[in-house]
Design a protein around this ligand. Structure first.
Ligand SMILES: CC(C)(COP(=O)(O)OP(=O)(O)OC[C@H]1O[C@@H](n2cnc3c(N)ncnc32)[C@H](O)[C@@H]1OP(=O)(O)O)[C@@H](O)C(=O)NCCC(=O)NCCS
Length: 222
Protein backbone atom coordinates (compact mmCIF):
# COMPACT_ATOMS: atom_id res chain seq x y z
CA UNK A 1 0.00 0.00 0.00
CA UNK A 2 1.11 3.55 -0.72
CA UNK A 3 0.98 6.57 1.58
CA UNK A 4 -1.37 9.33 0.44
CA UNK A 5 -1.81 12.95 1.57
CA UNK A 6 -4.72 15.17 0.53
CA UNK A 7 -3.87 18.83 -0.13
CA UNK A 8 -6.88 20.74 1.22
CA UNK A 9 -9.06 19.71 4.15
CA UNK A 10 -12.21 21.57 3.07
CA UNK A 11 -15.38 20.04 1.66
CA UNK A 12 -13.72 18.65 -1.47
CA UNK A 13 -10.80 17.26 0.55
CA UNK A 14 -13.27 15.39 2.73
CA UNK A 15 -15.06 13.99 -0.32
CA UNK A 16 -11.68 12.78 -1.59
CA UNK A 17 -11.05 11.09 1.79
CA UNK A 18 -14.33 9.24 1.34
CA UNK A 19 -13.32 8.25 -2.20
CA UNK A 20 -10.06 6.83 -0.82
CA UNK A 21 -12.07 4.74 1.66
CA UNK A 22 -14.26 3.52 -1.22
CA UNK A 23 -11.18 2.53 -3.25
CA UNK A 24 -9.68 0.71 -0.25
CA UNK A 25 -12.94 -1.14 0.40
CA UNK A 26 -12.67 -2.51 -3.14
CA UNK A 27 -8.94 -3.25 -3.02
CA UNK A 28 -6.51 -2.02 -0.35
CA UNK A 29 -4.35 0.53 -2.15
CA UNK A 30 -3.76 3.63 0.01
CA UNK A 31 -2.78 4.50 3.56
CA UNK A 32 -4.35 7.92 4.02
CA UNK A 33 -1.88 9.76 6.27
CA UNK A 34 -4.07 12.88 6.48
CA UNK A 35 -4.42 16.39 5.09
CA UNK A 36 -2.16 19.39 4.57
CA UNK A 37 -3.88 22.78 4.60
CA UNK A 38 -2.76 26.37 5.25
CA UNK A 39 -5.92 27.17 7.22
CA UNK A 40 -4.56 27.99 10.71
CA UNK A 41 -7.48 27.02 12.93
CA UNK A 42 -7.58 23.37 11.82
CA UNK A 43 -3.93 22.54 12.44
CA UNK A 44 -3.60 19.37 14.60
CA UNK A 45 -7.36 18.73 14.31
CA UNK A 46 -8.80 15.46 12.99
CA UNK A 47 -11.22 15.64 10.08
CA UNK A 48 -13.31 12.56 9.27
CA UNK A 49 -10.86 10.77 11.57
CA UNK A 50 -7.72 11.83 9.63
CA UNK A 51 -5.20 14.33 11.04
CA UNK A 52 -4.34 17.72 9.61
CA UNK A 53 -0.60 17.11 9.44
CA UNK A 54 0.52 20.67 8.78
CA UNK A 55 0.69 23.42 6.18
CA UNK A 56 0.99 22.85 2.43
CA UNK A 57 4.71 23.59 2.46
CA UNK A 58 5.18 20.59 4.80
CA UNK A 59 4.69 18.42 1.69
CA UNK A 60 8.46 18.48 1.30
CA UNK A 61 8.82 16.35 4.49
CA UNK A 62 6.90 13.42 2.94
CA UNK A 63 9.30 12.15 0.28
CA UNK A 64 7.70 8.71 -0.15
CA UNK A 65 4.07 9.83 -0.11
CA UNK A 66 1.69 10.45 -3.00
CA UNK A 67 -0.37 13.65 -3.12
CA UNK A 68 -3.71 14.72 -4.52
CA UNK A 69 -4.95 18.31 -4.72
CA UNK A 70 -8.51 18.79 -3.43
CA UNK A 71 -9.37 22.47 -3.71
CA UNK A 72 -12.65 23.30 -5.42
CA UNK A 73 -11.37 26.53 -6.96
CA UNK A 74 -9.50 25.82 -10.18
CA UNK A 75 -7.17 28.83 -9.95
CA UNK A 76 -6.22 27.87 -6.41
CA UNK A 77 -5.67 24.24 -7.51
CA UNK A 78 -3.20 25.48 -10.12
CA UNK A 79 -1.40 27.71 -7.63
CA UNK A 80 -1.09 24.90 -5.06
CA UNK A 81 0.12 22.34 -7.62
CA UNK A 82 2.75 24.72 -9.02
CA UNK A 83 4.04 25.45 -5.51
CA UNK A 84 4.12 21.83 -4.35
CA UNK A 85 5.66 20.57 -7.61
CA UNK A 86 8.87 22.40 -6.56
CA UNK A 87 9.39 19.53 -4.08
CA UNK A 88 9.27 16.87 -6.84
CA UNK A 89 6.38 15.03 -5.21
CA UNK A 90 4.52 11.98 -6.56
CA UNK A 91 0.97 12.68 -7.71
CA UNK A 92 -1.75 10.07 -7.18
CA UNK A 93 -4.61 9.23 -9.53
CA UNK A 94 -7.82 8.28 -7.71
CA UNK A 95 -10.64 6.58 -9.61
CA UNK A 96 -13.77 5.25 -7.98
CA UNK A 97 -14.12 1.50 -8.58
CA UNK A 98 -17.49 2.31 -10.19
CA UNK A 99 -16.16 4.46 -13.07
CA UNK A 100 -16.16 3.30 -16.68
CA UNK A 101 -13.12 4.48 -18.62
CA UNK A 102 -12.22 3.06 -22.01
CA UNK A 103 -8.51 2.30 -22.51
CA UNK A 104 -8.28 4.77 -25.43
CA UNK A 105 -8.64 7.73 -23.05
CA UNK A 106 -5.49 9.68 -22.24
CA UNK A 107 -5.47 10.76 -18.59
CA UNK A 108 -2.88 12.96 -16.90
CA UNK A 109 -1.50 12.80 -13.36
CA UNK A 110 -3.21 13.88 -10.16
CA UNK A 111 -6.66 13.18 -11.62
CA UNK A 112 -9.74 12.30 -9.54
CA UNK A 113 -12.70 10.49 -11.10
CA UNK A 114 -15.76 10.17 -8.86
CA UNK A 115 -18.49 7.57 -8.60
CA UNK A 116 -20.35 6.44 -11.71
CA UNK A 117 -18.46 8.73 -14.08
CA UNK A 118 -18.41 7.45 -17.65
CA UNK A 119 -15.61 8.40 -20.03
CA UNK A 120 -16.30 7.02 -23.47
CA UNK A 121 -13.44 6.95 -25.99
CA UNK A 122 -10.37 8.97 -27.03
CA UNK A 123 -10.75 11.73 -24.44
CA UNK A 124 -7.74 13.78 -23.43
CA UNK A 125 -7.81 14.67 -19.73
CA UNK A 126 -5.08 17.00 -18.44
CA UNK A 127 -3.21 16.91 -15.13
CA UNK A 128 -4.98 17.58 -11.81
CA UNK A 129 -8.45 17.48 -13.34
CA UNK A 130 -11.35 16.66 -11.02
CA UNK A 131 -14.30 14.77 -12.51
CA UNK A 132 -17.05 14.63 -9.93
CA UNK A 133 -19.75 11.97 -9.59
CA UNK A 134 -21.87 11.04 -12.62
CA UNK A 135 -19.74 12.98 -15.13
CA UNK A 136 -20.41 11.80 -18.68
CA UNK A 137 -17.85 12.56 -21.38
CA UNK A 138 -18.54 11.83 -25.02
CA UNK A 139 -15.85 10.80 -27.51
CA UNK A 140 -12.69 12.93 -27.88
CA UNK A 141 -13.55 15.43 -25.17
CA UNK A 142 -10.55 17.54 -24.17
CA UNK A 143 -10.20 18.92 -20.66
CA UNK A 144 -7.27 21.16 -19.73
CA UNK A 145 -5.12 20.96 -16.59
CA UNK A 146 -6.69 21.88 -13.21
CA UNK A 147 -10.25 21.97 -14.53
CA UNK A 148 -13.11 20.84 -12.30
CA UNK A 149 -16.30 19.15 -13.48
CA UNK A 150 -19.14 19.17 -10.90
CA UNK A 151 -21.69 16.38 -10.39
CA UNK A 152 -24.02 15.26 -13.19
CA UNK A 153 -22.35 17.17 -16.01
CA UNK A 154 -22.61 15.89 -19.59
CA UNK A 155 -20.04 16.99 -22.14
CA UNK A 156 -20.75 16.19 -25.77
CA UNK A 157 -18.30 14.36 -27.97
CA UNK A 158 -15.75 16.70 -29.56
CA UNK A 159 -16.06 19.47 -26.95
CA UNK A 160 -12.85 21.13 -25.84
CA UNK A 161 -12.46 22.79 -22.44
CA UNK A 162 -9.40 24.80 -21.48
CA UNK A 163 -7.32 24.80 -18.30
CA UNK A 164 -8.52 25.93 -14.86
CA UNK A 165 -12.20 25.90 -15.88
CA UNK A 166 -15.05 25.09 -13.51
CA UNK A 167 -18.16 23.44 -14.87
CA UNK A 168 -21.17 23.79 -12.53
CA UNK A 169 -23.42 20.93 -11.49
CA UNK A 170 -25.90 19.55 -14.06
CA UNK A 171 -24.44 21.58 -16.92
CA UNK A 172 -24.62 20.35 -20.51
CA UNK A 173 -21.90 21.30 -22.98
CA UNK A 174 -22.30 20.82 -26.71
CA UNK A 175 -19.42 20.10 -29.13
CA UNK A 176 -18.01 23.61 -28.70
CA UNK A 177 -14.77 25.09 -27.39
CA UNK A 178 -14.38 26.78 -24.00
CA UNK A 179 -11.18 28.76 -23.44
CA UNK A 180 -9.08 28.82 -20.21
CA UNK A 181 -10.29 30.10 -16.81
CA UNK A 182 -14.01 29.93 -17.55
CA UNK A 183 -16.73 29.21 -14.98
CA UNK A 184 -19.95 27.60 -16.27
CA UNK A 185 -22.98 28.10 -14.00
CA UNK A 186 -24.98 25.23 -12.57
CA UNK A 187 -27.62 23.75 -14.92
CA UNK A 188 -26.39 25.80 -17.87
CA UNK A 189 -26.55 24.67 -21.46
CA UNK A 190 -23.47 25.84 -23.36
CA UNK A 191 -24.07 25.82 -27.10
CA UNK A 192 -21.50 28.34 -28.42
CA UNK A 193 -17.74 28.82 -28.00
CA UNK A 194 -16.74 30.72 -24.84
CA UNK A 195 -13.82 33.17 -24.58
CA UNK A 196 -11.33 32.97 -21.68
CA UNK A 197 -11.72 34.38 -18.16
CA UNK A 198 -15.45 34.82 -17.82
CA UNK A 199 -18.53 33.31 -16.19
CA UNK A 200 -21.29 31.97 -18.41
CA UNK A 201 -24.69 30.76 -17.21
CA UNK A 202 -28.23 30.03 -18.31
CA UNK A 203 -30.04 28.18 -21.09
CA UNK A 204 -28.59 28.89 -23.57
CA UNK A 205 -25.50 30.07 -21.62
CA UNK A 206 -24.44 33.71 -21.99
CA UNK A 207 -21.64 35.69 -20.37
CA UNK A 208 -22.88 37.02 -17.04
CA UNK A 209 -19.54 38.38 -15.78
CA UNK A 210 -15.94 38.85 -16.80
CA UNK A 211 -13.44 37.30 -14.39
CA UNK A 212 -14.18 34.79 -11.61
CA UNK A 213 -17.12 34.48 -9.14
CA UNK A 214 -17.39 36.59 -5.98
CA UNK A 215 -17.54 33.43 -3.92
CA UNK A 216 -13.89 32.47 -4.36
CA UNK A 217 -12.23 31.20 -1.21
CA UNK A 218 -9.55 33.59 -0.07
CA UNK A 219 -6.13 32.38 -1.22
CA UNK A 220 -4.50 33.37 2.05
CA UNK A 221 -6.75 31.07 4.05
CA UNK A 222 -7.38 28.02 1.82
C1 LIG B 1 -22.57 30.99 -12.21
C2 LIG B 1 -22.08 31.29 -10.79
C3 LIG B 1 -20.60 30.92 -10.67
C4 LIG B 1 -22.28 32.78 -10.59
O1 LIG B 1 -21.88 33.14 -9.31
P1 LIG B 1 -21.73 34.72 -8.95
O2 LIG B 1 -20.62 35.30 -9.73
O3 LIG B 1 -21.66 34.81 -7.47
O4 LIG B 1 -23.05 35.36 -9.58
P2 LIG B 1 -24.37 35.93 -8.86
O5 LIG B 1 -24.95 34.94 -7.90
O6 LIG B 1 -24.02 37.30 -8.38
O7 LIG B 1 -25.39 36.01 -10.09
C5 LIG B 1 -25.24 36.96 -11.15
C6 LIG B 1 -26.43 36.81 -12.09
O8 LIG B 1 -26.37 35.56 -12.77
C7 LIG B 1 -27.54 34.76 -12.50
N1 LIG B 1 -27.09 33.39 -12.31
C8 LIG B 1 -26.23 32.92 -11.38
N2 LIG B 1 -26.03 31.60 -11.53
C9 LIG B 1 -26.81 31.22 -12.58
C10 LIG B 1 -27.04 29.95 -13.19
N3 LIG B 1 -26.42 28.85 -12.78
N4 LIG B 1 -27.88 29.92 -14.25
C11 LIG B 1 -28.52 31.04 -14.68
N5 LIG B 1 -28.33 32.27 -14.12
C12 LIG B 1 -27.49 32.34 -13.08
C13 LIG B 1 -28.13 35.35 -11.22
O9 LIG B 1 -29.51 35.10 -11.15
C14 LIG B 1 -27.79 36.82 -11.37
O10 LIG B 1 -28.73 37.37 -12.29
P3 LIG B 1 -29.27 38.91 -12.09
O11 LIG B 1 -28.04 39.78 -12.22
O12 LIG B 1 -30.24 39.05 -13.21
O13 LIG B 1 -29.86 38.95 -10.73
C15 LIG B 1 -22.88 30.46 -9.71
O14 LIG B 1 -24.20 30.93 -9.58
C16 LIG B 1 -22.94 28.99 -10.05
O15 LIG B 1 -23.83 28.48 -10.77
N6 LIG B 1 -21.93 28.23 -9.52
C17 LIG B 1 -21.79 26.83 -9.73
C18 LIG B 1 -22.21 26.09 -8.45
C19 LIG B 1 -21.93 24.61 -8.58
O16 LIG B 1 -22.42 23.94 -9.46
N7 LIG B 1 -21.10 24.13 -7.69
C20 LIG B 1 -20.68 22.75 -7.68
C21 LIG B 1 -21.11 22.10 -6.41
S1 LIG B 1 -20.44 20.49 -6.30
Amino acid sequence: MKNLIILGAGALGQEVAWLVEEINDFEKEWILLGFLDDYSSIQNERILGYPVLGKLSDAKEYKEAYFIVAYGDAILRKEVVLNISKYNVNWANLYSPTVRVHKSNKIGKGVVIGRYADLTVNCDIGDHVYLNIHTVLGHEVKLGDYSIVSPNVTINGGASIGSACQIGANAFIREISIDDDVVVGASSCVVKDVESDCIVAGVPAKIIKKGRPNTRISRSER
